[in-house]
Design a protein around this ligand. Structure first.
Ligand code: HPA
Ligand code: ZN
Length: 326
């Protein structure tokens, strides 16, 4: 297939990826066994049968349980290295990876343990094949803002490892404005800013992320189409949306891929990018997401090329580094 061959070979940027979402079922069970973490699933069949979600929360419950098997530096190294090798296979030349310390801290795993593993894998990929990698410090919005502020302080020892902060987890009931002080402090400390908004939450959450948190891009944002004035703001300000097609279908944001609104977002002149979110749970890495759009929506080369270019434009790379890639 000509489109698919062309797509696989094209250099890509990925901007919306949770590292814990790359933990495959096989490695998950292997680490649970090694680290003596009890799970309600004992076989690959049992575990994979649980990969059916009704909404974001039903996914998050399994996702946090899965990540609880990560305990030692070598586990974090292996997880990061597996994903970076996937980048090489998918021709993802630049990637921005969300790290969620609040998932590990309750298990007594602190920054020195997971950061050592992550740093070692990133340095190896940079030197072995020139992989471009940036990390995003992502906070869990179902927890209080005070907890996020403590984590932001802890991360000061690793300030150079993170380009930006992000906001993930349960959107319903946890509006962006809950984290106004977190974003104020992060901005003051020189972090770039992004947040999940408008995945399950209403357009008002996208507005709040822009106005209260002053984010530069929006993760997901697909519900913006319900508010024409908001679409105009996003278009005018060239605020990128990091859209995750397979994720949206698996979490029932859209009933099927044919009903996904990504081509409408693009036609409205928005800076749309394609991303995999949690590829081990949602049935595909970045190339699979593009191919699913091609099959369901007839995504053509010129549309795909626009979204590939948008990926570099929307990245947190410095302007000089961007122009080399574009
Ligand atoms: N939304 C919110 N939080 C998440 C997601 C998502 O799609 N994936 C992992 N954490
Ligand atoms: Zn996400």
């Amino acid at each position: 297939n000509r489109f698919e061959d062309w797509l696989r070979a094209a250099p890509k940027a990925e901007l919306h990826l949770h590292l814990d979402g790359t933990l495959g079922a096989g490695r998950l069970l292997q680490l649970a066994d090694k680290n003596n973490v009890p799970l309600p699933y004992n076989t690959l069949q049992e575990l994979e049968a649980a990969y059916h979600f009704e909404n974001l929360q039903s996914f998050l419950d399994l996702y946090y349980l899965g990540a609880s098997v990560l305990r030692e530096e070598e586990d974090f190294y292996a997880l990061m290295m597996d994903y970076l090798l996937r980048c090489r296979k998918n021709n993802i030349v630049h990637t921005e990876i969300m790290i969620e310390p609040q998932t590990y801290l309750p298990n007594g795993i602190d920054f020195p343990v997971f950061m050592a593993g992550f740093q070692r894998a990133v340095m190896e990929a940079r030197s072995r094949w020139g992989q471009s990698v940036q990390l995003i410090l992502s906070f869990l919005r179902h927890l209080p803002e005070s907890a996020a502020l403590d984590v932001l302080d802890k991360a000061e020892n690793y300030r150079d490892d993170f380009v930006a902060i992000g906001l993930a987890s349960s959107e319903q009931g946890n509006p962006p404005q809950k984290f106004t002080e977190l974003y104020r402090r992060a901005r003051e400390r020189g972090y770039r800013l992004t947040a999940h908004a408008g995945e399950e939450g209403p357009p008002a959450f996208i507005r709040s992320a822009l106005e209260d948190l002053t984010v530069e891009r929006i993760d997901h944002g697909v519900r913006c189409l319900e508010d024409d004035t908001l679409v105009e703001v996003l278009r005018e300000r060239r605020i990128p949306l990091t859209v995750c097609p397979l994720s949206n279908v698996r979490l029932c944001v859209f009933p099927t891929m044919k009903q996904h609104n990504i081509l409408q977002l693009l036609a409205r002149g928005l800076v749309v990018t394609v991303n995999s979110d949690d590829p081990a749970y949602f049935g595909g890495y970045l190339n699979d997401n593009f191919i699913a759009l091609h099959r369901a929506l007839n995504l053509n080369r010129s549309q795909a090329l626009q979204m590939l270019r948008n990926g570099f434009e929307a990245s947190f790379l410095a302007t000089a580094e961007k122009s080399e890639r574009l």
